[in-house]
Ligand binder design. Structure first.
Ligand SMILES: *Cc1c(COP(=O)(O)O)cnc(C)c1O
Length: 484
């Protein structure tokens, strides 16, 4: 246990040693064997540079851009780079830096909602493959979510279905470029046209792939139009802490013009303190991530991003063919950009057991639960650093597949199956869930690497509301103050 308020201060070197020891428990953020959460360029000097840049500006406060011109200049530099890459040559594009994709989406929804104050019960139409952050934005902002079915084969949004979902209360239509789960780019041209025809804003969520798709296109990969070159696209988000390989805490939200952006701001003068003017959700915010992002992007440069995209593309091709070569495994959709996502057609080859078998061999993929007609999957977000290690994957996969077949699917007691598949979520009391977590060996905050199959197999049987309930309670069990 770390005591964050010791009776007497502790020397710096000891604190850093303790923190480093703690970090040893984490999944590997570098080295290309963790296929979610982290984005590793594999560039040797980048970390030292971004660390120093972060430290230079970590105490600068974005609350007031007039007090800290360095922050204004660096934020505008990031926005201007994003506008050059994704602005489609539209000279009026403006934008802001946010803390991440979720904040960018919340603000895009807020701007759309506040541009239509006459709509008492606003709604938004989002493909069912759209990121969960849209649902969160809707929940926070009181905007109802119309989740629109996608093409069952390609998993791309269906532009006609999106158009048909628009009501007089619809304030926003969304598309992904690409979707997180499967890496599919939606037909933005048709969706944005349908939105424009109806006078509705259209947001392109390019949080995930916005910084890599333009480079893949330059390398000859077919990437459909998705940025401001598409008429009708009114806003677009891109996370710099994903494929721009910046440290965590930076995303950019762009609008086609300043008029569209204005309702994103919150201004307030009805109190005795300073007049608050915020472009984003947070008020006080650190300049650290912004300075680090400028450093990373200036160091990598346009030609550097092209090389990183090339490395990523090579790695994707190898991983996808490794997976396709395994009898019983199948890519859910062709690996078109930076995602490899596969499922199993063989009941003897359980995906959740396979993910554990890969994890215990040091390769950390992300299991995806079955959803609607979509099968369970194993998701791999591929970044440039994977290229250095990619030849090691096929033999590890073969070994993991053999071990998975040998082990078979996880046996689940009938009463547990009944509990998660049939109990109404409100019957799952905190006590019951704590007991379940204990029984599954999830208490105590120990790393769960390599032993998630039983949990995933149970969750796979549960309806969405039950999944939410179980995992919220579980996370709340973890997030407790440590005993002194
Ligand atoms: C990651 C992601 C988000 C959310 O971004 P955070 O930075 O995790 O808040 C939104 N949309 C897509 C498509 C994403 O991949």
């Amino acid at each position: 246990m770390i005591n964050a308020l010791p009776d007497h201060g502790v020397p710096a070197d000891r604190i850093l040693a303790e923190l480093s020891a703690l970090r040893e428990l984490d999944l590997p953020t570098h080295g290309g064997t963790l296929f979610s959460y982290v984005y590793d360029s594999g560039l040797p000097d980048l970390d030292a540079l971004t660390r120093s840049a972060h430290a230079l500006s970590s105490h600068v406060n974005g609350l007031d851009p007039t007090a800290f011109p360095s922050l204004l200049a660096t934020e505008n530099a990031l926005v201007s780079a994003a506008a050059r890459l994704l602005g489609g040559g539209v000279p009026t594009v403006v934008g802001n830096v946010t803390s991440g994709g979720t904040e960018s989406l919340i603000l895009a929804v807020k701007a759309a909602r506040d541009s239509r104050p006459e709509v008492a019960q606003p709604r938004m139409a989002v493909p069912m493959t759209g990121h969960a952050a849209f649902a969160k934005a809707g929940h926070y902002l009181g905007v109802a979510l119309d989740s629109v079915p996608v093409d069952p084969q390609t998993l791309a949004a269906d532009a006609d279905a999106m158009a048909a979902a628009v009501t007089p209360d619809t304030i926003l239509i969304a598309a992904s470029a690409p979707s997180y789960a499967h890496g599919v780019v939606d037909p933005v041209t048709d969706i944005a046209a349908a939105a424009a025809e109806r006078g509705v804003r259209c947001h392109v969520d390019a949080c995930f792939g916005g910084w890599v798709l333009p480079y893949l296109r330059r390398l000859g990969v077919p990437v459909p139009p998705f940025d401001f070159s598409v008429p009708g696209v009114t806003s677009l988000s891109v996370d710099l802490h994903k494929y721009a390989y910046c440290p965590k805490g930076v995303s950019v939200l762009l609008h086609r013009d300043d008029r569209l952006r204005l309702p994103q701001y919150f201004g307030y003068a009805d109190w005795p303190g300073y007049t608050m003017v915020n472009s984003g959700v947070a008020s006080t915010r650190s300049g650290g991530p912004i300075a680090a992002a400028v450093a990373a992007m200036r160091h990598i440069g346009d030609d550097g991003y092209l090389r990183l995209a090339e490395r990523t593309r090579e790695a994707v091709a190898v991983l996808a063919s490794d997976v396709a070569a395994v009898e019983g495994l199948r890519l859910i959709v062709p690996a078109g950009n930076t995602v490899v996502c596969f499922t199993s057609d063989d009941p003897g080859l359980d995906l959740f057991v396979l993910a554990d078998a890969l994890a215990s061999r040091g390769w950390h993929t992300q299991p995806q639960l079955p959803f609607g007609a979509m099968p369970a999957g194993v998701h791999m977000t591929v970044t440039a650093a994977v290229a250095d290690r990619v030849d090691e994957f096929a033999p590890v996969l073969a070994e993991a597949v053999a071990a998975t077949r040998e082990a078979g699917p996880v046996p689940l007691p009938d009463e547990l199956k009944a509990l998660v598949s049939q109990s109404p979520p409100e019957h799952l009391t905190p006590e019951l869930i704590a007991e379940l977590a204990d029984r599954l060996g999830l208490g105590g905050g120990e790393p769960v690497t390599g032993r998630m199959a039983v949990v995933n197999s149970l969750l796979a049987m549960a309806p969405a509301r039950t999944r939410e309930r179980l995992l919220v309670e579980f996370v709340s069990l973890l997030q407790r103050p440590a005993p002194a």
